[in-house]
Write a protein that binds this ligand. Sequence first.
Ligand code: PLP
Length: 381
Amino acid sequence: MKFGTKVIHAGIEPDPSTGAIMTPIFQTSTYVQDAPGKHKGYAYGRTRNPTRSALEKNLASLENGTEAICFSSGVAAMDAILKLLKPGDEIVSTNDLYGGSYRLMTKIYGKFGIKSHFVGMDGTKDMEKVINENTKLIWIETPTNPMLNIVDIKKICSIAKKYGVMTCVDNTFASPYLQTPLDLGADLVLHSATKYLGGHSDVIHGAVITKDVKIAEELRFIQNAAGAVPGPQDCFLVLRGIKTLHLRVQRSCDNAKKIAKFLLAHPKVDNVYFPGLKNHPNHKIAKKQMKDFGGMLSFDIIGGRFRDAQKVMKGTHLFSLAESLGGVESLIGHPASMTHASIPKKERLKVGLTDSLIRLSVGIEDADDLIQDLEEALRNI
Ligand SMILES: *Cc1c(COP(=O)(O)O)cnc(C)c1O
């Protein structure tokens, strides 16, 4: 089955009791048993739920995996993965990482004796320097947030295999429509389904996908033991969102390309960070491992002043000032004061995250209107 068919049909069957074409929202905590221990595969809502099972089958298929486990949020999914580790184990991760992932690794798991290293994954040298016999997990994010760096998934995973280390790719920014890390050698894929998979800014949800039956079993055990399960209504919303994933992401990609071109030519705009641009340092890798370049981009205002960035962000009407990404509506954000405020200024500047950096999550509106909106806002400087 091709991707556009999978999003609609994979794992989905008409409800056997009524023929309902849409997977019902099984809003139930428990299931009546025929005899003690004799049930239809469902015993208690924390362990399993039919709406969740349908979504898990669908997600496993989209990522070319065999198993998916859904969670109450992206960070809950990550939390379960980190619970596979034990005190003394170490993690190696990208240095341009989603802030919530950084926080979970350092502030929570640091306390339990799990050490995290953050390195550039442009090449493999920095990573190999910190890998040792305690390294158990390599955490990759690509494209990264907000600098839109690209990590070569295949290359990093092959190094990890050499050392016998498990790899996880946070595929939230790309979505399975654009890249499928399990095909490139990753052991695990993580999603914040809150973003492109849900796609309508109306649900918080997360998932892990793998081909490794043993890891999947461990993760299900952790989930049942610790309890970060999603509600059936939320699973329904993600299933519904996924039906148009390919159309939405393609439209976002097309719009982002047009906007990047417009910004590149604008006299008040300095750098434009978008993997689809030929001058992007990892453009070739992006072209190799992604189907298209995504709907996220960042840009800098000439002069680097926060004041000017503020004028632009206050001046847009279609781009709403908000955290998050991947919804049908376009969002604008200021990483230095919003998503990345906890990172010291000196560290931020090292990776190019200036006070005037603006991040866009390009939605699926008409590109001409989005460009006009930005053009008017840039006039405020
Ligand atoms: C939002 C996000 C997360 C966390 O997901 P939640 O659903 O908000 O818990 C993890 N990784 C990336 C890249 C994200 O953008």
